[in-house]
Write a protein that binds this ligand. Sequence first.
Ligand code: SAM
Length: 285
Amino acid sequence: VLESTPSATPRLDAELLVGHVLDLSRTQLLARPDQSFTAGQSQDLQQLVKRRVSGEPIAYLTGRKEFMQLTLAVGPGALVPRPETELLVEWAMALLREQMTDHRRLVIDVGTGTGAIALSLALALSDPNVRVVASDVSADALFWATVNREQCGLTSRVHLVQGDLVSWLGTPATLILANLPYLRPDQATGNWEIGREPDVALVSGDDGLEAIRRLLADAGRVLAADGAIGLEIDPSQAASVVKLMEDSVPGLQPRVLRDLAGQERFVVGLRGRLQRNRHAHRMPA
Ligand SMILES: C[S@@+](CC[C@H](N)C(=O)[O-])C[C@H]1O[C@@H](n2cnc3c(N)ncnc32)[C@H](O)[C@@H]1O
């Protein structure tokens, strides 16, 4: 049945759903090809397959998604974290460990969704001098971020804020990270794979750049003199976002970084003394 959906990975989808119903990992499942179902499990599986055929993401059906070292809870109202975003976290981690070492640091994850970026950074950097604040405009997204913060044991270390972009921020931030909505309406309409994820997480104005444009317009006010910004983008937006960064944030030197598929997926900008280090503009190997 799943082969009749537009999913690019029907076999993997089936394995994940069967594993979920049987409470087995994929490896365990593959090691037990003759595993049988109880009547209840078989009914559960049929329901899940029906929901998948109607376009629900696998992660909404299993209720979780792996990201970096975390297993995040996810469901309707939050974007399912994507693997390419892990590279933004790795870039930020390298910057915080190697370049931003000698002062108290404030890291902001704008549009946190499930909390993927903020929580994986906080977990990896168990440094009390790094303060992590994650924000989202959506109460539904913050519900999932709160659940995940608790599950990761990070409630005392990651602060959650409901608000628009960085409008709520009054103190200088060392590092601003954002994977904001960046699609145009025509890229999202009728797209089966993303149709059940919230519009507020996907689409941003007619050109997909409204949230990024507004963030950068306000970032100069809150970015520290030796601070940095890391944004995830649609590859078609690289030149526009570089220009927006140059025009909106004085002293910020932008660079485009690629994802593992070779796509221009991130624009990062460094300010002040960070610019002297060429490595800060590379993805860690
Ligand atoms: C593409 S999703 C990314 C979620 C998460 N950062 C991740 O990488 O999995 C974008 C997120 O930005 C949030 N968002 C959209 N507009 C926003 C705004 N004006 N201010 C703050 N958050 C916003 C959405 O609610 C959504 O959670």
